[in-house]
Structure formats: C-alpha cells, structure tokens
Design a protein. Structure first.
Length: 152
C-alpha cells in the first residue's frame, strides 16, 4: 500500500467499524455518523484527485462521478439534525426504504467492480469496507421490507 493511502485506510477502517457497531447495538447515530464521514472522505478524496489531475479524460469523469455519489451519501446520512422516526407515518417509512436502497447501491458498486477485475487505483482492502457497508444496507432494506424495523 502506498504511504499516501495509509491514513485514509485507517480512517475508513474506523468509520466502517463505527457503522457496524451502530447496527449491532441499534444505536443508529453511530451508523449515520460513520456513513456521513465515510461519504465526506470519499467525496473530498475524489474531487481533490480530479482537480489535481486537471484533465478531462475518462478517469477524471469517473472520479467526479464517484465523488458526487458519495457526496449524496453524506447528504442522505447527515447526522447533526435528527428527528424522531415514526413507523406509522407511511411517507417517512417509504423514504427510509429509499435511503437504505440508495446507500446499498452507492456502496455496492465498488466491490462489484473490484470483483469484475477493474483496476480502481485503490488499496485492495477498501472494496471490502464498501462491501461491508453495502451488506449493512442490504440487511436494513430486508428488515424494512419485512416491517421489522423499529427506530427509537
């Protein structure tokens, strides 16, 4: 692993563990913080890389697109203003389902591309972190569709 990627990989490890801890303990504020800061970190890293490269080629467009997707994740998981979640409110319940599906889709792309053999230019451990977060999203989506999610 390059020396320049050591700190981001450590931060990604901590944020992934924070997400897993939040799901296991059902303290979703940890999951929201983990997903928010994970999204911010990937957004900034991709945007800075695209600007530093300075080109308008395919690689830069992929960096910008990836950055925007993770920026969307950060917006969806914004943890600083929380409102109580009411399962009886159908609109809020369906919005939560859509958010869980979006997070799963955003994080599921990286491991799939890695498994298909694409060179993503990132350390091999990072697709695993994205895969863990995508699996957490799949679990939440399944729970939502079964109707077994009760958010406190």
């Amino acid at each position: 692993m390059e020396d320049g990627m050591l700190v981001p990989v450590i931060i990604a490890s901590v944020l992934t563990l924070m997400c897993v801890y939040g799901v296991i303990t059902q303290k979703l504020i940890f999951t929201r913080h983990g997903l928010f800061w994970f999204g911010v970190m990937v957004f900034l890293a991709n945007m800075i890389s695209a600007v530093q490269t300075g080109g308008t080629g395919e690689a830069e467009m992929i960096m910008i697109s990836t950055g925007l997707l993770y920026g969307l994740q950060a917006v969806l998981m914004y943890p600083f203003v929380t409102h109580p979640f009411d399962n009886s409110n159908k609109a809020a319940y369906f919005a939560q389902k859509r958010i869980a599906i979006c997070i799963t889709s955003i994080n599921g792309v990286i491991p799939v591309l890695h498994l298909l053999g694409f060179d993503l230019g990132i350390p091999d451990i990072l697709p695993i972190y994205h895969g863990v977060i995508a699996l957490l999203g799949v679990g939440m989506t399944v729970k939502f569709f079964r109707g077994s999610v009760v958010v406190k």
